[in-house]
Design a protein around this ligand. Structure first.
Ligand SMILES: [Zn+2]
Length: 75
C-alpha cells in the first residue's frame, strides 16, 4: 500500500510503498536527505522521528573500540 509522509524538515511530501500495512524503518527525504525513523500502522504514519546520523557513527565507533579492547586483552 502507498504511504504518504511529509518531511518534518522541509515539508516535502513523499510517498512510498510498503508490502504490509505495518512498517518501521528508516526513511530518507529525497529533498533534504534527512533521515527519519518511520513507524506506520494501518497505513497511517504513527511516528516520524528525526534519525541522527551520528547515532550510526557512534555505534560503529563503539564496536571498533570494543574490538580494539578485545585485541589488547588477548595480546
Ligand atoms: Zn526533507
Amino acid at each position: 500500500m502507498q504511504v504518504n509522509v511529509k518531511c518534518q524538515s522541509c515539508n516535502t511530501d513523499s510517498s512510498f510503498f510498503i508490502a504490509k500495512n505495518v512498517f518501521q524503518g528508516p526513511f530518507r527525504c529525497r529533498q533534504c536527505k534527512n533521515l527519519f525513523t518511520l513507524k506506520v500502522r494501518n497505513g497511517e504514519i504513527e511516528s516520524c522521528e528525526p534519525l541522527a546520523v551520528d547515532v550510526f557513527d557512534k555505534s560503529k565507533t563503539d564496536r571498533a573500540a570494543a574490538r580494539k579492547k578485545k585485541k589488547e586483552k588477548s595480546a
